[in-house]
Design a binder for this molecule. Structure first.
Ligand SMILES: [Fe+2]
Ligand SMILES: [Fe+2]
Length: 164
């Protein structure tokens, strides 16, 4: 059993993404035609987009390599998780584009894209918890887990430095 606190930051990322996913869902479930739905979605996206992109980078730069190292090579689960990250980014970008394109995007298109994003995020995080975080926790030494946690935190400051 690993150190209990090593994945606090990972859990915090997942908790925030989970509440934003629910906020997105709540807006999409409102009656079609209600005023300001696009504005509400844009407000949610303003926070969800940078948070999700940071979270994906943190996993790709820290957790995925650790998981790959542990498994000793290619893993079907890891390939699936990576593909889902690409798909999540594409859906986020598409949703954002549709919301800004007031002239030609339809609400139906927005709703479908938003629902696909919600569904994928749900299955992805569930799979990740079960197949990656739990396996890392039960297989690595407490010291190695704490090192992962430190690296996970560092990605945020690295990203800030990359900003133009
Ligand atoms: Fe992920
Ligand atoms: Fe995740």
């Amino acid at each position: 059993m690993g150190c209990e606190c090593w994945n606090r930051q990972i859990q915090e990322d997942h908790r925030v993404l989970d509440s934003e996913r629910k906020a997105l869902k709540a807006v999409l479930e409102k009656p079609v035609g209600l005023k300001d739905l696009r504005v509400h979605l844009l407000q949610i996206l303003r926070s969800l987009e940078p948070r999700m992109k940071l979270h994906l980078r943190r996993e790709e730069e820290v957790l995925f390599p650790a998981f790959e190292h542990l498994l000793g090579g290619g893993s079907g689960v890891l390939t699936l998780l990576k593909d889902q990250h690409d798909e999540l980014r594409a859906l986020l970008d598409k949703l954002s584009e549709l919301l800004w394109d007031r002239e030609s995007s339809s609400w139906q298109n927005i709703a479908e894209t938003g629902e696909s994003l919600i569904a994928l995020l749900e299955t992805h995080e569930e799979k990740e918890g079960r197949f990656m975080v739990d396996i890392l926790e039960s297989s690595l030494q407490p010291q190695q887990l704490m090192d992962l946690a430190r690296q996970f935190q560092r990605v945020a400051s690295k990203l800030c430095q990359e900003e133009p």
